[in-house]
Design a protein around this ligand. Structure first.
Ligand code: HEM
Length: 502
């Protein structure tokens, strides 16, 4: 990696200011270096490719797919322009890992959630991220996550009973049920507070989260709203601050209540004996770290907690939705999962436990294969303040590097059946790509998903209850995808449930 020396169109590493824009316009006129990667067709002066992305979420994903395909056909690295800002799209597994490990900073679009998530792991600056990730990693180790399995089971049982009203009635939208389920699980393991299905707090909190995400997406799509001074004056900017304050208020009040409870019970030293039944929530661990090592400020804690819940629930609920749609159309696969489950549970009607989860090998293959074909996060982005040397090119500093998870997962290295749903490939190493960086559903490298194992364990637990109670039917031929920040089905309404006796 060498230090950047050339002026490159679109070096807008931070929120673009008018002077940066003037510089970008000026530099636009400079010819591109002959060593630049291929440019995606249709780039217009000053606007770049932005105009192609205007449309609804279905259109957005169609464009993203076309960009991925162009990248796969052009040696795995291309350039697109958003306005005058350069975005390099990557689908080569080695280059993707190089960027993921060497460029730990997030580009400016991630800052659009700063009013809530600023210091959280997803968006925070690298210097803070390094210390905080180290402090938080132990809270996601296997022992801790195994202590959450009881809670996953409790929530999964509530889910299957709430689904009873839909069984036998024909297609319905399962996504809201799954969102409530994962949100409640994440809220409980993070904050420790018990939340009831119809809780006003949960509803206000989840509405605020959803609205904030929609506003962030709207801002990303509108080049003028990238400018903070304009955004702050718009209705969206004001609405975003309002929702952020609602979330802050809820989280602060949960934190303060918990602090008082711990103080009153003088329990801070005994964090193993938390107010919850069988696990220590993340909030207690963070308060304990702060007590002992002065690790976090109150704002740090609040933003980490909101980030964890925000990063956990939509991704996991979306993954579950895709899995149900896929197995609803592959009944042989669903039956194999069911038989494996019965065997692991020794045909008993009991709760699943931490020892059972690793034995659900076929189920894990199905989950991974679905995440390969439908990764909820179909790309992630990074930036760097120095040039980045890749196999065939050196990427200029301060641009955006977009790692296409969708492209990696449909790369020729997967073989001629790359577009087919083949869970068995995960059971035979010879059928997987030789390159070890083939799977990036949970990102790649050092700044990957901290909740990867949490997500896998929660998905397995939830599926094990759904499968025991229902046969799932769907029509994958009707599956259409859209993309807000995440890749999602246009609607979850293709699922039909048929009750089954275990
Ligand atoms: C199927 C479920 C999930 C998927 C597909 C997923 C995917 C990802 C991806 C792709 C990233 C990188 C994002 C980026 O760099 O822009 C990420 C980061 C992250 N995820 Fe997940 N995730 C899932 C579940 C979870 C869960 C359950 C949690 C928490 C309990 C979680 C917490 C986080 C956090 C905190 C980060 C930021 C990590 C860091 O920068 O150090 N995720 N996830």
């Amino acid at each position: 990696r060498s230090s950047s020396s050339t002026v490159y169109p679109g070096k807008l590493g931070a929120d673009p200011s008018p002077s940066c824009i003037a510089l970008a316009i000026w530099t636009w006129l400079k010819p591109r270096s002959v060593k630049s990667p291929p440019m995606y067709p249709g780039c217009l002066p000053l606007i770049g490719h932005g105009y192609q992305l205007v449309g609804d979420e279905k259109h957005m994903f169609k464009c993203e797919k076309q960009i991925n395909d162009f990248c796969l056909q052009n040696n795995d690295l291309i350039e697109i322009r958003l306005g005058t800002h350069s975005v390099f799209v990557l689908t080569d597994p080695d280059d993707c890992l190089t960027v993921a490990n060497n460029c730990l900073e997030k580009p400016y679009v991630y800052k659009y959630g700063d009013n809530v998530y600023g210091r959280g792991l997803v968006t925070t600056k690298v210097n803070i991220w390094k210390t905080h990730r180290k402090l938080l990693n132990p809270a996601f180790n296997l022992n801790v996550l195994q202590s959450f399995v009881g809670e996953y089971c409790r929530q999964a049982k509530l889910l299957v009973s709430s689904l009873a009203s839909e069984a036998g009635k024909g297609p319905f939208d399962i996504q809201p049920y799954l969102i409530t389920n994962v949100l409640k699980t994440a809220y409980r393991t993070t904050f420790g507070t018990k939340v009831d299905e119809n809780s006003e707090i949960l509803k206000t909190y989840s509405d605020a989260t959803e609205k904030l995400l929609m506003l962030m997406i709207g801002r990303m799509h509108n080049i003028w709203l990238h400018l903070s001074f304009i955004y702050k004056m718009t209705t969206s900017g004001k609405e975003s601050d309002k929702r952020a304050n609602i979330m802050k208020g809820i989280t602060e009040s949960v934190m303060n209540n918990r602090k008082s409870e711990l103080k009153a019970a003088n329990q801070r030293d005994k964090i193993g004996e938390s107010a919850t039944d069988d696990f220590v929530p993340l909030l207690d661990r963070m308060l304990d770290l702060t007590d002992k090592q002065d690790a976090f400020t109150d704002d740090d804690i609040r933003e980490h907690l909101d980030t964890i819940v925000g990063a956990a629930y939509d991704t996991t609920a979306t993954a579950l939705t895709f899995i149900l749609i896929v197995i609803g159309s592959h009944h042989d696969v669903q039956e194999k999962m069911y038989q494996e489950l019965k065997k692991v549970l020794e045909h008993e009607e009991r709760d699943i436990n931490k020892h059972d989860l690793p034995k659900l090998v076929y189920m894990e293959a199905v989950i991974k294969e679905t995440l390969r074909l439908y990764p909820p996060a179909p790309r992630f982005a990074r930036t760097s303040n120095i040039d980045v040397k890749l196999k065939n090119y050196t990427l200029p500093a301060n641009c955006t590097y977009a790692i296409s998870v969708y492209g990696l997962h449909r790369h020729a290295m997967w073989g001629p059946d790359k577009d087919q749903f083949v869970p068995d490939r995960w059971l035979d190493p010879a059928r997987l790509p030789k390159n070890p960086n083939f799977f990036a559903a949970f990102s790649l490298g050092r700044r990957n998903c901290i909740g990867k194992l949490y997500g896998m364990m929660a998905i397995k637990t939830t599926l094990s209850y759904i499968l025991r109670h229902y046969r799932i039917h769907s029509d994958i031929e009707k599956l259409e995808t859209r993309c807000d920040l995440l890749l999602k089905p246009v609607a979850g309404h293709f699922i039909t449930l048929e009750s089954r006796v275990y």
